[in-house]
Design a protein around this ligand. Structure first.
Ligand code: PGA
Length: 263
């Protein structure tokens, strides 16, 4: 796991957007896994800027989102469909036919989940998966206790997630209790993974998933089993890490790392 500590949210967002832009330039038809939440907003702003000012081309990209609240129609202002169109897709030249987001309203949710996994495979698998992390250590909506081999399915949200997300809803009781989410096993099949986290409130959980044991109680810790993960943090989110010096040395000596490790 490569851990990159940046001074603030702005720099974290620019670093992560730079990695995504490199992926898109290297492979214009790349398959991106995308995330919602407040953390990726800066990354999406930077990608929109790159599209407008530098011609970053989204026309051949295929995207798969991680999750959606069960029961919310795409037009609902708190749905993740709405979030993605408002905060990224409507500002860039993506082909709407290439956008996949789990359905909040489907007649047969199990069948839908099987279809979603099959579409990811048909597209050739995810080249780069962007992730945030929940206060309880979840990636996508894989709440504590989720199987580390789980696939796309319906998940019951835990109370902390419901509280964390209450800021987006008028009343706590309006927040859906269930979500359709890619599983931890689905996420681990992405070729590369990029997790971003910012702020003091993520400091403990970042120390847990990066430097603690692999456990289904902190599903992000499963990323320790993946071969190509970059974690980009701001100083506040990195403040509880024990091995900060080591991560910073690697960041500052990239030329040597490249010389000996080749990437
Ligand atoms: P946040 O959510 O980016 O709004 O903190 C992250 C998550 O729950 O995955």
């Amino acid at each position: 796991m490569e851990v990159v500590i940046t001074p603030d949210y702005e720099e974290m967002s620019k670093f992560a957007a730079g990695m995504i832009a490199r992926q898109v330039k290297d492979k214009p038809g790349a398959v991106l896994g995308l995330a919602t939440g407040s953390t990726p907003l800066g990354v999406y702003r930077e990608l929109i800027r790159m599209h407008g000012e530098e011609g970053l081309d989204f026309s051949k990209l295929i995207t798969f989102n991680l999750d959606e609240y069960l029961g919310l129609p795409p037009a609902h202002p708190q749905s993740y469909h709405y979030f993605m169109w408002e905060n990224l897709f409507k500002h860039v030249n993506i082909d709407p036919g290439n956008v996949y987001i789990p359905g909040g309203i489907t007649a047969d949710v199990e069948e839908f989940c099987r279809w979603y996994e099959a579409e990811i495979n048909k597209a050739g698998g995810i080249d780069l998966q962007l992730l945030g992390i929940g206060g309880d250590g979840h990636i996508a909506f894989n709440e504590p206790g989720s199987s580390l081999g789980s696939r796309t399915r319906v998940k019951t949200l835990v109370l902390q997630t419901i509280k964390d997300n209450s800021r987006f809803f008028e009343r706590e009781e309006d927040i859906p209790r269930f979500a359709v989410t890619m599983g931890v096993g689905t996420i681990l099949e992405a070729k590369k993974i990029l997790l971003i986290a910012g702020g003091e409130k993520k400091a403990l959980v970042c120390a847990d998933f990066i430097e603690g044991p692999v456990t289904s109680q902190v599903t992000a810790s499963a990323l320790q089993l993946h071969r190509q993960v970059t974690v980009v943090l701001d100083e506040a989110a990195a403040s509880r890490l024990k091995r900060k010096e080591y991560y910073n040395w690697i960041r500052d000596n990239k030329h040597l790392v490249r010389k000996y490790l080749g990437s």
